[in-house]
Ligand binder design. Structure first.
Ligand SMILES: *Cc1c(COP(=O)(O)O)cnc(C)c1O
Length: 377
């Protein structure tokens, strides 16, 4: 099946009792066991609603299996702690999601895990690998500058050395990029963003080969970050419109990025779909469309950043991203606030930088709102 069809049909099953066309919501946390073939229990990640979503996501990411979590960070932390132990080393991209960066900085040391932050440069990644390296962890496009990492090259580097590779594929979504096809072992998502898509649920997923998912499942049962049936159902419902939402959001983002690039109030536009973007050629090889996050840096000499963001009427200054409504945030004061200022500046996150999560509204309405805020700002 093609992706549009998988979104609707994979995993979803009919209500056997009534013939209803939607997966029924099974709210039980207790299941009879005498004649059962396995113990069903929400924290064993094996309820029918968890299964329905995992089967849909596995189809979309072209993986054998997966685990659904109660947040993106539950997925990320569980996966990393599955494959890391005291004395191990991990190589991570420096410009990972702010929460992942904070997790690495505050958790690894106390468990005796050594880590090296690297850029998205493949030689730098290769040079950081040591004999005790167990994981290479990447995120592409990255947040918030949409840097592109050569996924295939990372998979090749690790493959010859028996290192587990993991990618945070949240920004690309399974519609635009399938890293498992490029040889990456574990695909991670914050389902709170595009998969959920309506800014009303919190969830995460890890997907990969069955043998790896079994290991992750073992640790996941201990850590306990499972997802409840009602949220599973909302996620399943959202995934049915994933491909059409993403198509519209990416088309809007491409148009907005191209228009903003012409605007004198803006110093820089970061979007992998622009041929001025440093990762554009690579993105063309890895991605179907270029995602729906556009970052831009205001020309501080012409415009005050505080007045600008307060002058917006349609575009909402709000945290998070990936929903159907257009949101904007200033990474330096939000997602990357916990980072030391010098570290933040070293990866290009200035006070004038804004991250726009483009929704499915009419693109001209979104642009008009930004342009009126430039005039008032
Ligand atoms: C939001 C986000 C996360 C964390 O997900 P939660 O659902 O908030 O735990 C991880 N990675 C990326 C790229 C994100 O945007």
């Amino acid at each position: 099946m093609k992706k549009d069809t998988q979104c609707i049909h994979s995993g979803t099953f009919k209500d056997r009792a009534t013939g209803g066309v939607n997966t029924p919501v099974y709210t039980s946390s207790s299941f009879e066991y005498l004649d059962a073939t396995c113990n069903v229990y929400p924290r064993y990640f094996n309820t029918p609603n968890q299964r329905a979503v995992i089967d849909k996501l596995s189809a979309l990411e072209n993986t054998e299996d997966g685990v659904l979590f109660s947040s993106g960070m539950a997925a990320i932390s569980t996966v990393l702690f599955t494959f890391l132990k005291q004395g191990d080393h991990i190589v991570l991209q420096r410009d990972v999601y702010g929460g992942t960066y904070h997790y690495a900085m505050s958790e690894f040391e106390k468990f005796g895990i050594d880590f090296t932050f690297v850029s998205n440069d493949i030689d730098e990644i290769a040079n950081a690998i040591r004999d005790d390296t167990k994981i290479i962890y990447i995120e592409t496009p990255s947040n918030p500058l949409l840097k592109i990492t050569d996924i295939r090259a990372v998979a090749e580097l690790a493959g010859s050395k028996n290192i587990v590779t993991a990618i945070d594929n949240t920004f690309a979504t399974p519609i635009n990029q399938n890293p498992h096809t490029y040889g990456i072992d574990i695909i991670l998502h914050s389902g709170t963003k595009y998969l959920g898509g309506h800014s009303d649920i919190c969830c995460g997923a890890a997907l990969g080969r069955k043998s790896m998912i079994d290991k992750i499942m073992n640790s996941a049962i201990n850590f306990g970050g499972s997802l409840n049936a009602s949220t599973c159902y909302l996620l399943e419902r959202s995934l049915k419109t994933l491909s059409i939402r993403i198509e519209r959001q990416c088309a809007n983002a491409q148009h907005i990025a191209e228009s903003l690039q012409q605007n004198s109030m803006i110093r820089n536009v970061y979007y992998p779909g622009l041929d001025t973007h440093e990762g554009h050629e690579l993105a063309k090889k890895l991605m179907k469309a270029f995602g729906a996050v556009v970052s831009f840096e205001l020309n501080n000499s012409k415009i005050n950043t505080d007045t600008f963001i307060r002058s917006l009427k349609l575009v909402t200054p709000a945290l998070s991203l990936g929903g159907i409504e257009t949101l904007i945030c200033q990474p330096a004061t939000t997602s990357h606030e916990k980072m030391k200022e010098q570290d933040r500046l070293s990866i290009g996150i200035t006070k004038g930088l804004f991250r726009l999560s483009v929704g499915i509204e009419d693109k001209d309405d979104i642009l008009a709102d930004i342009e009126q805020a430039f005039e008032n700002g």
